[in-house]
Structures are given as structure tokens and as C-alpha cells.
Design a protein around this ligand. Structure first.
Ligand code: ADP
Ligand code: ASP
Ligand code: MG
Length: 417
């Protein structure tokens, strides 16, 4: 007997027929004698619709009320799955975050899980009950519903798996694993049997939304054995109930991966914007003077490029922010003009960041040069570059995103291995 947490994403519970299919996956594990807890997302498109309504009601709105609205999608699917399971003869009950409780901090709209009462769920296992838990939500110190940020049901699932010390956390989605790049963009992308926590963390942070970043962090810290697998597979096909190696991609320690490639995957993030400050006074403290106030305004600054000034007096400072934050950033910079002392500020939206990820880069030279050459051959202009030990990120014009992803995917041989 094992203890398994199963999470089903939006497309997997998009309608009643799919919820029935999900219930068959759950029943398979229950019939095999396992202790099972389930986490569900809202039906596909539902959260977007709810977010849209809050904006329509008022573009600037109270984050606590945003949470009250957007958390409702998961309540519906938890109830529907519990009904469906009961109808199949499985002892199931739906639970919302506050009932368990899943305690979060007060950052409404992007809350972090602080604590989960694992004993509550373990008691349900003892009763032979399948707890169907609404993902994406918990309860804050203000005693109100808090949501975990977009894609947050992944994090609910991994956090619950850690809290009940589950043997496995299965993230069921609309693809059968983690691919070398987004299979929607590159049909030649290949499924990875395993990927290391570090690489998955980079892939997710750099745009591969197959897992929420925080869920990978939690899986890494609490050593949760996490599989990404497809809910569209036939629930009763051979091998689906394999305890140790179910079909899908295992997120695991680097040491568990025998054949490590130099490059593991390509990720991309659209809707980046570039902001440049021209002729900034080149003196100590100037970067702090700019990026401090931007951080205080909760603006997520990503790539930063500072030119070396020829005369030692002035420099150009270029950085990227999400397109949605440009107006807010420009307002902050406008306020700082006299204090920082710059000539003009220029901004351009519609950029994309394409990233090459691989642990093998630590020990291989020339990975970046290969990317630059391949992009140059396709006449794709590079606007900014950042690198770390295991990734290279390149800022390009948005319309070239797909071409750049496919070009990089092929130049590192990811479509062939
Ligand atoms: P869910 O609703 O199940 O949470 P998401 O839409 O959040 O599903 O995540 C699954 C999607 O992530 C896939 O349909 C795929 O388009 C996208 N994706 C992006 N990068 C990757 C990748 N490297 N491997 C697999 N899927 C990826
Ligand atoms: N329904 C939420 C969202 O769309 C959470 C999730 O699906 O993980 O962001
Ligand atoms: Mg998701």
C-alpha cells in the first residue's frame, strides 16, 4: 500500500465527461489499495473568466475580494469530482482550503503556504475516504480565503504530499510529461523520462508553465517524488498503476539521472518589455537608487544591462519587466528623474525571453556561442543576454519567439536524442 496525492489540472476537469475520466484514474489507485488524496484545479478557462470579471468590476480592486472570486472555480470541481466518485462507489468528500486548514500568509493573490494540517488528511485516509481538495487556495491570517498565484494548484498538491508524507505526487495534465520544450510550439519536442529539480526550477521560472515554480521548490526541499503525467491516457491501460515507475516524467535529484545531456530544455516567456534609461550619472549608488524603488513598487525587474561609459561620467541602463508592469515602472522612474539624473527613458513592449537550460553547462564551454550563432543565422536580433551556471537567457523581439525556440531546440540536437 502506498500513499498517493493526485492533482488534476484545468483541461483534465474541463467538463463532466473529463471529470468522469479523472474519477476512473482515482478509482484505479483506490482499488489497488492505496491511500489517495486528490487536488483539483478549476475547469479550463474558468479562472481566466473569473479574473476578467474582477477587472471588469474595477481595474483596481481589493486583493481579498479578488481571492473570494477566483477561488470559487476550484470549489466547483472539487464538489463535482466528489459526486462523480461517490456515484462510482468510491468513498469521497470535497474539502476547501480553509476546512483542512491550509494556512497561508497574507499576500492575497500570490499567497505562500505556511502550514498544512496533515493530521486532518491522515485521519481521512484512516476512514478510507478520498479527500478531494480544492487546489489554488488556503486561508490567511486574516481568516479570509487566499489564492496561491496562477498555476497554484500544483503547489497545493506538492505541499499536501509533503504534509502527509506521501510516497508520490502525481501531477496529471494535458501532456504526458515534461518535454524538451513546449510541445505546443515545437512538435518535435521529446518527453524527458527524468529531469532534475534544479533544471525543472529553471524551466518553470523561465516560462515553462507545466509546473508552478513554487511547487518545484517544495518538491526539492521536501524530497517529494513528483511525476508529471497525462490524464488523457486510458486510466486502465497497462502500466498506468505502476507503483514505482508510472508513465510520465519524474522530477528528481541530479544523481538519479544517468545520461545527462549538456542542454536539457528550452523555455520561453512572452510579454516582456524593455526599459532604457539614457545618460544616467555613473556613480556609486545609482543602481540602488533605481532598482530599490522599483522593487518597493512590487515590479519584477528581470534582466539588467549596464553599459560601461566611455567618459566615466554617464552610462545607459537597460532592464526588462513584464509588459503589464511598464506603466507602473515608468511612473516610478518619472518620480525619480531629478534624484537619479538621467536624460530620457525609452520603453518597448512585445519582447520575449528565450532560455537554454542544462546542468551539463556547468562543465561544457561554448554552449552560449552556439546559441548566438544559430540565432544570427536566422537573422534574429539579440537585445540582451543573462547567464547563470545552468542557463542562458536571451531577449528577442516577440514575433521571433517560435522561430528562436525551434532553432535552439534543433541546434542542441534535442529533437534527435
Ligand atoms: P494544467 O491545467 O494541467 O495545470 P498547464 O496548462 O498549466 O496545465 O500546463 C501544461 C502545459 O504546459 C502544456 O499543455 C504545455 O503546452 C505547457 N508546457 C510548456 N512548456 C512545457 C514543457 N517543457 N513540457 C511540457 N509542457 C509544457
Ligand atoms: N485555476 C488556477 C489557475 O488557473 C490554479 C491552477 O490551475 O493551478 O491559475
Ligand atoms: Mg497548471
Amino acid at each position: 500500500m502506498a500513499r498517493i496525492v493526485m492533482k488534476f489540472g484545468g483541461t483534465s476537469v474541463a467538463d463532466i465527461a473529463r471529470i468522469r475520466n479523472v474519477a476512473r484514474h482515482v478509482k484505479r489507485e483506490v482499488d489497488a489499495g492505496h491511500e489517495v488524496a486528490v487536488v483539483v484545479s478549476a475547469m479550463a478557462g474558468k479562472t481566466n473568466e473569473l479574473v476578467g470579471w474582477t477587472r471588469e468590476a474595477s481595474p483596481m480592486h481589493d486583493a481579498r475580494e479578488y481571492d473570494a472570486v477566483v477561488a470559487s472555480g476550484e470549489q466547483v470541481t472539487a464538489g463535482l469530482l466528489a459526486i462523480t466518485l461517490q456515484n462510482m462507489g468510491v468513498h469521497a468528500r470535497s474539502w476547501q482550503g480553509w476546512q483542512i486548514p491550509i494556512k497561508t500568509d497574507n499576500a492575497h493573490g500570490a499567497a505562500r503556504i505556511l502550514d498544512i494540517d496533515g493530521a486532518f488528511l491522515i485521519k481521512r485516509f484512516g476512514e478510507g475516504q478520498v479527500a478531494v481538495i480544492a487546489g489554488f487556495q488556503g486561508i490567511g491570517p486574516d481568516n479570509r480565503i487566499a489564492t496561491l498565484g496562477r498555476g497554484g494548484s500544483d503547489t497545493s498538491a506538492v505541499a499536501i504530499a509533503a504534509a502527509v508524507k506521501a510516497d508520490r505526487c502525481d501531477i496529471y495534465t494535458d501532456v504526458d510529461g515534461v518535454y524538451t520544450t513546449d510541445p505546443r510550439i515545437e512538435p518535435k519536442a521529446r518527453r524527458l523520462g527524468k529531469i532534475s529539480f534544479e533544471e525543472m526550477l529553471e524551466m518553470a521560472s523561465l516560462g515553462a508553465k507545466v509546473l508552478q515554480v513554487r511547487s518545484v521548490e517544495l518538491a526539492m526541499v521536501h524530497r517529494v517524488r513528483t511525476f508529471v503525467r497525462s490524464s488523457f491516457d486510458d486510466p486502465d491501460a497497462p502500466g498506468m498503476g505502476d507503483l514505482l515507475n508510472p508513465p510520465g516524467t519524474l522530477i528528481c535529484d541530479e544523481e538519479e539521472i544517468v545520461e545527462q545531456q549538456v542542454v536539457t530544455g528550452i523555455a520561453y516567456a512572452k510579454d516582456e518589455a524593455q526599459i532604457s534609461l539614457r545618460r544616467v550619472g555613473d556613480r556609486p549608488g545609482v543602481a540602488a537608487g533605481i532598482f530599490g524603488p522599483l522593487a518597493e513598487a512590487n515590479i519584477n525587474v528581470d534582466m539588467i544591462v549596464q553599459n560601461i561609459s566611455e567618459d566615466g561620467k554617464f552610462t545607459d541602463m537597460t532592464f526588462t519587466v513584464p509588459s503589464g508592469d511598464v506603466d507602473k515602472a515608468l511612473a516610478v522612474l518619472d518620480r525619480l528623474k531629478a534624484e537619479v539624473g538621467y536624460d530620457v527613458v525609452q520603453s518597448e513592449a512585445g519582447m520575449s525571453k528565450v532560455s537554454v537550460i542544462g546542468i551539463g553547462m556547468r562543465s561544457h564551454a561554448g554552449v552560449a556561442a552556439t546559441a548566438f550563432k544559430a540565432l544570427a543565422e536566422k537573422a534574429i536580433n539579440i537585445r540582451a543576454i543573462t547567464t547563470s551556471e545552468i542557463k542562458i537567457s536571451i531577449l528577442i523581439d516577440g514575433p521571433y519567439t517560435e522561430l528562436a525556440v525551434r532553432t535552439l531546440h534543433s541546434v542542441y540536437g534535442l529533437d534527435k536524442q
